[in-house]
Design a protein around this ligand. Structure first.
Ligand code: MN
Length: 251
């Protein structure tokens, strides 16, 4: 099995090293193509107005001077032109990607880029509490989560979002397959200040975003100490609204 790893925290991120160790337990052909710099919050952006560079860091290990989407797209076009990977895993992100985080997330967007290309894709994220960065839950449970996900055949243009709770591995309560929850960052914290020239600036915070812990969501599962596994689809159509909207435009 040929596995491509990527992330949005950059080629030197600790979470990528965690993922590389995990992937080595699953396959002996593991490739890495990740952004050269931190790209958290880059979403599904593709760099169109400037060139990107591909740097080789070692055997099967590359960085791209661009976004997570650039990294996967360039890997598929250039590194895997005639031998596509069987699986793309993105992460392990330093921080959760729950609810509507996924549309901002470079981690999930990199997996989306693979799903668009018809390649099975999984995003992995590790929740942190305060600044106590630990990948304990991912390291302890990663293989148990990934092996069944690799076995299952997912529909085309879908991917799987996995979030590990901010707990030591031996405190994790289990794995739940759940739906996407809800986040509203328009109500999150905003830091205001003045730059050295006295001009005002604003800095988006992620704290206090409005969210619900509805039953059966990824947010609830991780809050309860479970690993959240959520299948996602790239078809964002709100299918049940098609009929009502079509009626509005009917002659
Ligand atoms: Mn990130």
């Amino acid at each position: 099995m040929r596995i491509l790893l990527t992330n949005d925290d950059g080629i030197n991120a600790p979470g990528l090293a965690v993922l590389e160790a995990l992937a080595a337990q699953l396959s002996d052909e593991v490739w890495v193509c990740a952004p050269a710099e931190e790209q958290s919050g880059a979403g599904h952006s593709l760099t169109l107005h400037q060139p990107v560079r591909l740097r080789e860091h070692g055997e099967r290990r590359f960085s791209v001077t661009g976004t997570p989407t650039d990294s996967v797209n360039l890997a598929l076009r250039k590194l895997f032109a005639d031998k596509r990977p069987d699986l793309v895993i993105s992460g392990v992100n330093a921080g959760e990607n729950l609810g509507d985080d996924i549309t901002y997330s470079g981690t999930i967007s990199a997996a989306m880029e693979a799903a668009l290309a018809g390649i099975p894709a999984i995003g992995l994220s590790q929740a942190f509490r305060d600044n106590g960065a630990s990948f304990s839950a991912t390291t302890g449970w990663g293989k148990r989560v990934l092996e069944p996900l690799i076995d299952v055949t997912m529909a085309k243009r879908t991917l799987v979002n996995v979030n590990f709770p901010a707990l030591p591995a031996d405190k994790v309560r289990g794995i739940r397959v759940v739906r996407q929850g809800f986040h509203d960052y328009s109500r999150g914290s905003l830091v205001e200040g003045a730059d050295p020239r006295g001009r005002p600036y604003f800095w988006f915070g992620l704290q206090d975003a409005e969210h619900t812990l509805d039953h059966g969501t990824d947010l609830e599962a991780v809050a309860d100490g479970y690993i959240a596994v959520t299948p996602l689809q790239l078809d964002l159509t709100h299918h049940s609204a098609i009929g009502a909207l079509a009626d509005r435009f009917a002659g």
